[in-house]
Design a protein around this ligand. Structure first.
Ligand code: PHE
Length: 337
């Protein structure tokens, strides 16, 4: 019986050394209710009383060794499965990551913010007005009554006889002066509309930035000094400005203002079309009629105003020759900023 038990032990342990063996099959075959070891134990009755405990002990040892071997194999199999899983799911943190493409500000927005910074630095604050405006604010209060020829140059889109899309940011001057008494020092950036055909230099929708200063003793000299400071900060410290006489119904006297070409410095080149100067804005001293329309006494107060196209400033700054590029949404253009 001793030999039989040793035989069972070796027969059970041999296949357990092989990774492919079915562990459950081994357990049933040797340790199960009808298993080989159980059969041996059942026939123990035939043994002599001296032999019985010795064989019993040996049988227990054999059972224990088979159980241990099965357990060890089970653990090993679990470990291998984990290894495989780790290998398959491994994350290599040294691999270069996928960088998401991050956008940036549109060039117009960027220049607008830069312009705002410059004026805020000179003590201006930002005022806003509606894009959908009354004829009164856009024209009448600005000294442009019905039938005035200035309306032809700023033809816009009408919502009704008295409501339109503003053709300039100047109505914000009136809205601010109605609410606030001097001293006033505001800029007002925003969209304006004109029923112009879209071409390289015209667009039915563009941006302007209005400026308005009203206080006691404001002169044209203040206007000039302030615009010169702006031009130098925006286009470079060697920039000069030039005033040309002009007419706007809501300023008197009025001027168109040019900056010296930032490319050639004034000698004439492709960017300034040989002029040496680039026109960037309209300006003047606020007309007494306009002050009075807003309840400000022109005998006590005076002021200046200016308005410039943000597209124009951006085009001048970067040498862009077609206004349509701003709205084409071509990333090859936009990525250059
Ligand atoms: N609003 C004028 C325009 O659009 C510009 C301007 C503003 C002129 C303020 C003088 C004073 O042409």
């Amino acid at each position: 019986m001793r030999e039989k038990l040793e035989q069972i032990r070796s027969e059970a342990l041999r296949p357990l050394a092989d990774a492919g063996t079915d562990l459950e099959e081994i357990r049933v075959r040797f340790l199960g209710k009808k298993g080989e070891l159980t059969n041996v134990l059942r026939s123990m009755g035939q043994l002599s009383p001296e032999e019985r405990p010795k064989i019993g002990q040996l049988a227990n040892e054999v059972r224990q060794s088979i159980e241990d071997a099965i357990k060890a194999r089970t653990e090993a199999a679990k470990g291998r499965a984990l290894d495989l899983k780790l290998k398959a799911e491994k994350l290599d943190v040294t691999m270069p990551g996928k960088t998401p493409e991050v956008g940036h500000l549109h060039p117009l927005e960027r220049v607008q913010r830069e312009m705002e910074e410059i004026f805020i630095g000179m003590g201006f604050s930002i005022a806003e007005g509606p894009d959908v405006e009354y004829d009164y604010y856009n024209f009448q209060a600005l000294n442009i009554p019905e039938g005035h020829p200035a309306r032809d140059t700023q033809d816009t889109f009408y919502i009704s006889d008295s409501v339109l899309l503003r053709s300039q940011t100047s109505p914000v001057q009136v809205r601010v002066m109605e609410k606030q008494k001097p001293p006033i020092r505001i800029i007002s950036p925003g969209r304006v509309y004109r029923s112009d055909e879209l071409d390289a230099t015209h667009s039915p929708l563009f941006r302007q930035m209005e400026g308005l200063v009203v206080d006691k003793g404001i002169t044209m000299g203040d206007l000039k000094g302030m615009l010169e400071t702006f031009a130098k900060r925006m286009f470079g410290s060697s920039t000069r400005i030039r005033f040309r006489p002009h007419h706007f119904p809501f300023t008197e006297p009025s001027a168109e203002v040019d900056v010296s070409c930032f490319v050639c410095g004034g000698c004439g080149c492709r960017v300034c079309k040989g002029e040496g100067w680039i026109e960037i804005l309209g300006a003047g001293m606020v007309h007494p009629f306009v002050l009075r329309n807003c309840g400000i006494d022109p005998e006590i107060y005076s002021g200046f105003a200016f308005g410039m196209g943000i597209e124009r400033v951006t085009m001048t700054r970067y040498g862009i020759d077609d206004i349509r590029l701003f709205t084409d949404n071509d990333v090859r253009f936009l990525n250059q900023f």
